[in-house]
Design a binder for this molecule. Structure first.
Ligand code: UD1
Length: 354
């Protein structure tokens, strides 16, 4: 049985690392349906710090092909990916195409497979922000509605799919990013101990592409009671430079961090400020509170559990969350499975084919 795994953006490399490792384990167990995996990289992320560093650190098998699509308008890049992935599916003839999350690479992979009648497995299915202004929301909805196997991280995701009439092929398996933290945390590269700090990240279009909003969020970060370390996505850096936005002395901009350094920084952080989906979950895995600078989150169970506050770009609300964020967290509920999501996904794929 052969699968084609489609990746392109940074968070997808983390998720693919878990699946590739689970495939290795599955094959070594002597299962009657061994799996051959080929990884296709669309090239959506291409800076070494955004891509190759993850393959190296996480020991992800090298992609059999990189389409080198790069950046551009959404239609332009998604269309180029669609055409490129279609050719690869025709050439490689996989039994399944596996896609992750909600990026343009996710949608292109799913759509290319659907047109060629190759079944699709969608990992991290059923997430919704209910804001169709976000490109990710469109990518998720469309991918879920053409997928054959839908792997959910949480009960809320499964329930959402049911509300949209999707009940066939849905499996609640837990979150592959939890598997990743459990596997890699012993290898975390911890920053030099010293001052307390908050770990921040900012890259969503709704924040970076609106200079007023961007300035408000960065300004509020500057008022944090502990210094803020901000590894910068290249798009955010570009927008800060273009808008000539001055960072407060309290905020240290850094190069994007590879996975193991990000884990190390999380381990030592007092709390997290982010608009990333993945980092909201990783904060929780490390027992840190998270201030989410968006209008809504897909990871609503974190809010219900009291570990995540969604504050938008409102400077007063961000400042008001700092004291809350500094309080320690105990007795976290088990929200995203047991750390075996990757294996459960791989077993289900083998069962469906075998
Ligand atoms: C994409 C995903 C987003 C995900 C994020 C993870 C979509 C619509 N968005 O957002 O869901 O959370 O990845 O990081 O798919 N750039 C570089 N070097 C790179 C990559 C990007 O300089 O290696 C710059 C370019 O200026 C580019 C911009 O970042 O135009 C945006 O990149 P893009 O891939 O469109 O979206 P992300 O913001 O990275």
């Amino acid at each position: 049985m052969k699968i084609l795994t489609v990746v392109g953006a940074r968070p997808q490399f983390i998720k693919a690392a878990v699946i590739s490792r689970a495939i290795l384990q599955h094959n070594q167990s002597g299962h009657s349906t061994p799996i051959e995996e080929e990884i296709l990289h669309t090239g959506q992320h291409y800076d070494p710090a955004m891509s190759q560093a993850f393959f190296d650190q996480m020991e992800i098998p090298e992609p059999v092909i990189n389409l080198n699509i790069g950046s551009g308008l959404h239609g332009q890049v998604t269309g180029a990916m669609l055409a490129g992935i279609e050719q690869e599916i025709l050439k490689r003839r996989p039994d399944w195409v596996v896609v992750f999350g909600d990026t343009n690479s996710t949608l292109a992979g799913a759509l290319a497979a659907a047109k060629l009648h190759v079944p699709i497995a969608h990992v991290e299915s059923g997430m919704r922000s209910f804001s169709r202004k976000m490109p990710e929301e469109i990518n998720r909805i469309l991918t879920d509605h053409i997928a054959d196997l839908l792997f959910c991280s949480s009960e809320a995701a499964r329930d959402q799919l049911a509300r949209e009439g999707i009940t066939q092929g849905v499996h609640l398996v837990g979150d592959v990013m939890f598997d990743a933290v459990l596997f890699y945390r012993d290898r975390a590269i911890v920053p030099d101990r010293g001052e307390q700090y908050a770990l921040a990240s900012l890259h969503r279009a709704e924040n970076t592409d609106d200079p007023i909003r961007l300035e408000k969020i960065l300004g509020a970060m500057g008022q944090s009671p502990v210094p803020v370390r901000l590894p910068l996505h290249p798009r955010t850096r570009k927008m800060i430079d273009q808008g000539s936005i001055a960072l407060s002395d309290n905020v240290t901009a850094m190069e994007p961090l590879p996975y193991l350094s990000m884990l190390g920084h999380l381990q030592e952080a007092a709390f997290v400020i982010t608009d990333s989906g993945g980092l909201q979950k990783e904060a929780y895995f490390y027992g840190k509170r998270c201030i989410t600078v968006r209008e809504q989150t897909e990871w609503t169970e974190l809010v219900t559990a009291g570990v995540n506050r969604v504050v938008g770009a409102d400077a007063a609300a961000i400042r008001a969350a700092f004291d809350w964020a500094l309080q320690p967290l105990n007795d976290l509920p088990e929200l995203y499975g047991r750390g075996d999501a990757g294996l459960r996904i791989v077993r289900r794929l083998a069962e469906k084919t075998g």
